[in-house]
Design a protein around this ligand. Structure first.
Ligand code: NAD
Ligand code: TYD
Length: 339
């Protein structure tokens, strides 16, 4: 099969490229990525050595580029990871989120309609469901939970989901959607909580915790997300939404303290900063549907996954130090200076 992976130079997309090359050596993978600040070709260096892999630099919202690629490659499956993905950046500048996340999705689906496709898969997020209250640990997001977004990021992802379902109904496009909880693992860009805290703790710098640090996220090791998407694109039912999560809920403070402990760094590095506007309290996925229908279960517990992740950051300092030394410096200044 010929599979288009968009956003494959980013965190989850790159992990998915490696998952597919390893587990389906018979398939060909083409990666289309704009190489925004979050895309990193260094991450794909190993993949470039594989004859079954091709990298193309381009924007999913650029119709000419997308249609030309579809014409050339005749894809069987499209897996759309390409997105602007950071909530804080969406608060600062929503526009690019709408362009890439909504119009980019539309452009890809228009190409699927024109050139034909076995499956268009949209990689979505649990953030489309909004948040759950801290005092109701009995509540979880199911696929039936209403869409109820909080940030420009989640609103743009929810808009794309609605468009995907509309293309399925109106144009009979064979689609599927997965909505996953927070991922962590190798190649995670150091603006997100876990890699930010690891890289700053290693440099003995302050760790900026928003508000009281009591917000809860449901963490999933990135390889478990990849195995779930792989199952859905090959065995999942057309037109369906599948939630992905592994019941690994932690408060942000618990996560930060775990990282400090594993790195033998003092808790005095923790600094409480002004909360994120509209900050979602708790995310928690009910993964019953993907488990009962497709037999998917995560393999990595949070305790094991966070150890593996820290080891990866220790073994791959070059990868994240290159990022921290670049344009990212300005971002950190801008975001955290007056907090
Ligand atoms: P990321 O920011 O690390 O990577 C995004 C990639 O998309 C980058 O390589 C970037 O260059 C590329 N890209 C951005 N705009 C593009 C465009 N217009 N055209 C082509 N490429 C473009 O993101 P991530 O964390 O790997 O997330 C991947 C997908 O998974 C996103 O759709 C996100 O919404 C979803 N998701 C993420 C998480 C998470 O915890 N990170 C959880 C659930 C779902
Ligand atoms: P993040 O990794 O940005 O993912 P998301 O907002 O999509 O869940 O943030 C995870 C949690 O960590 C979220 O509750 C915000 C919090 N956070 C901090 O407390 N400090 C930080 O510097 C960052 C980036 C996030």
């Amino acid at each position: 099969m010929n599979i288009l992976v968009t956003g494959g130079a980013g965190f989850i997309g790159a992990n998915f490229v490696y998952y597919e090359l390893k587990n389906h050596p018979e398939d060909r993978i083409v990666c289309l990525d704009k190489l925004t600040y979050a895309g990193n070709l260094q991450t794909l260096e190993e993949a470039m050595k594989n004859d079954n892999f091709r990298f193309v630099k381009g924007d999913i919202a650029d119709r000419d580029c997308v249609f030309r690629l579809f014409e050339e490659e005749k894809f069987d499956i499209v897996v759309n990871f390409a997105a602007e993905s950071h909530v804080d950046r969406s608060v600062e500048n929503p526009e690019i989120f709408l362009k890439t996340n909504i119009l980019g999705t539309q452009t890809l689906m228009d190409a699927c309609r024109k050139y034909g496709i076995k499956r268009y898969h949209q990689v979505s997020t649990d953030e489309v469901y909004g948040d759950l209250p801290l005092d109701r640990p009995d509540l979880f997001f199911t696929e039936e939970t209403p869409i109820h977004t909080s940030s420009p990021y989640s609103a743009s992802k929810a808009s794309a989901d609605l468009l995907v379902l509309a293309y399925a109904r109106t144009f009979k496009l064979p689609v599927s959607i997965t909505r996953c909880s927070n991922n962590y693992g190798p190649y995670h860009f150091p603006e997100k909580l876990i890699p930010l805290m690891i890289s700053r703790a290693l440099a003995d710098e302050s760790l900026p915790v928003y508000g009281k640090g009591e917000n809860v996220r449901d963490w999933l090791y990135v390889e478990d997300h990849c195995s779930a998407i792989d199952l859905v694109i090959r065995k999942g039912r057309e037109g369906e939404v599948y939630n992905i999560g592994g019941h690994n809920e932690r408060t942000n403070l618990e996560v930060v303290k775990t990282i400090l402990k594993l790195l033998s760094k003092p808790e005095s590095l923790i600094t409480y900063v002004t909360d994120r506007p509209g900050h979602d309290m708790r995310y928690a996925i009910d993964p019953t549907k993907i488990h009962t229908e497709l037999g998917w279960l995560p393999e990595t517990t949070f305790d094991k996954g966070i150890e593996q992740t820290i080891k990866w950051y220790l073994d791959n300092e070059d990868w994240w130090k290159n990022i921290l030394e670049g344009d990212y410096q300005n971002y950190y200044e801008r975001m955290y200076k007056n907090r």
